[in-house]
Design a protein around this ligand. Sequence first.
Ligand code: SF4
Ligand code: NI
Ligand code: NI
Length: 709
Amino acid sequence: KLLIDRIFNGNDAVYGLTCQAVEGAIAQHGADKAVEFPHTAYCLPCYYAVTGVKVKTLGEMKEALGVIKSLMTREHQLDDALMSGVATALCAEFIEVLKYLDGAEPYSEPYYGHLPDSIIRELGVPLVTGDIPGVAVIIGSAPTAQEGVDLVKSYQAQGILVTLVGGIIDQAQELGLKMGYNVRIVPLGKDITSVIHVVSVALRAALIFGNVTPGDAAALIKYTSERVPAFVNAFKPIDDVILAAGAGAIKLGFPVISNEDENITEVPGALIACPNVADFNKVSLEARNIKIKITNIDIPVAFASAFEGEIIRRKDMQVEFDGSRVDCAELVQTRSMDEVEDHKITVVGPDVDEMELGSKNPIAYVVEVAGKRMQPDFEPVIERKFHNYINCIEGVYHTGQRDMQRIRIGKEAYNAGFRIRHIGEVLYTQVKNEFEAVVDKCQVTVYTDPAECTRIRHEVAIPVFDKRDARLENLTDETVDVYYSCILCQAFSPSHVCVVTPERLGLCGAVSWLDAKATNELDPNGPCQIITKERPIDENLGSYEDVDEAVQKFSQGALEHVTLYSIMQDPMTSCGCFECICGIEPFSNGVVIANREYAGMTPLGMTFSEMASMTGGGVQTPGFMGHGKHFISSKKFMKAEGGIERIVWMPKELKETVAERLNKTAKELYGIDNFTDMIGDETNTTDPEELVAFLTEHNHPALSMDPMM
Ligand code: SF4
Ligand code: NI
Ligand code: NI
């Protein structure tokens, strides 16, 4: 009873404050004043998800307060208390959104506050692959700064995304912990109400990936409970307000673990007492049933996916390797069993000790693999993972690929003892771990000798890359016998199926036909299954009886027909984690494409987030389609509607990224030179009428094509 009273009490307090804040804002700005969070298509996402109503003005907020009040029943049952927790969370969202009035930027370094929709979409793939196994929400101050930081780091080392609220942020700063979304430590804000920004991520995930109808609170809670692996760690003292917020978390299925020992009654599996902060990690993972993949690599620094986004600045760098300036290469080569000695690591050339501080050096590593089921087609699939492997090393940073990679080794990693052979160690261990089904033996040679690097690059690697490119060129939807399904995203988007073909990669951009083929080979019962293509229905649409059967089966009946090449007729579904989205632009008869990184407006009158909210959750939405960046220059892009000639607008940066390949395709298909010059971008206009003028001036082919609708 005491616990329930305290929750009611905290809820009443927050509700009272919220009413005052809303009244105060109305008195100052008037009821028609617009309220919104930046970069989201969901207005006040939590309120919208729970009630189905989009609140857009202060006046509407005031009305909504009445709805929140109706959740605050006082029957003294546990569920009344938990619903009061949800009401508390909604109040917190109201208090937070008022901070954003008039386009204000209430949060500055290191605080994040509200997180944009694009981050949630980006989180889709790492969450389903288990790369990010969970989300921790840490509230308050640890007994000591060291204990707090140790806890944060323990989660970080497991790849868990850590969000911080209140005193723990000061403690982390005090001990100089590097924080930021790129290292998976996100300080949300000082006030307890800022916790809503991570709740908002969980609830938007249900809308974006789960196809949950806004307002269907039961479905929403089912989704977060079953599919969002979040949990809360709350340090004592826990006051009534924190307790009420915690009740909201529990209602969403997120257990709360605390070292509070006074005036708290445990709720099994939901509110868990844990006197020792050192045990928080273990108890939390158990309570949320999170399994951690353990990788033991013999290197002197940490290895975890949380370090993938870590950046090493010039001033923090010991040495670098730069393929754009000196000869570098990374290469996988298939060998016969007797040519490879397992776990042999060889370094040819000087080690980091012998390189000048801050110098640019050549590097080339050749990973030789052997195995009965190894195929040369898997070489690029393995090679492309090197970026991820090397990046996951704490204090080491990697970008680029093939012979254009760039690696920085930080001073801290160097001082900890990190040397060249450890790169070999990491490549060896990860290749063996992740490709064990095809790689029986693996040896790594790392060259830093300049003459050897030049030889490897020009005489060994480049000829291999050229041969591979030629093979990829010939790899078309027509020349292969099978396609592949991918259902990895079903963890979040239960009825979504990607059909992956040589000319149409998965919409996340991470799964090409070769990747899918390798995945199928590595795990025959896994996410990628063979789809035959023996019974075509309409070649132009890209429809097949085989494909229809496969999507029916893998979507558990949710989908009946899917075409590969049409955006209008039975288009492929989207889960939500797409790199790009295209949508019909009615004035010009074409389509607009926006990428996830682009935060500005498009000629559709929608931002990327708003366009993205038009599709997702594994549902077919003619006229809008999520896709990978690489698909833009494909001959199969919207082939049924006329192909890439329909593209009338793209953000400038995206246009530049795809220009070379897109122009090549346009030349081949239609004989158009420099097609990208005809495509508008935000530096020309984001207005539909001006866009038509721009397209007319540049003689864009879409203007004379048949209407799409
Ligand atoms: Fe998800 Fe499709 Fe990418 Fe597979 S290919 S990971 S289902 S988006
Ligand atoms: Ni790194
Ligand atoms: Ni996805």
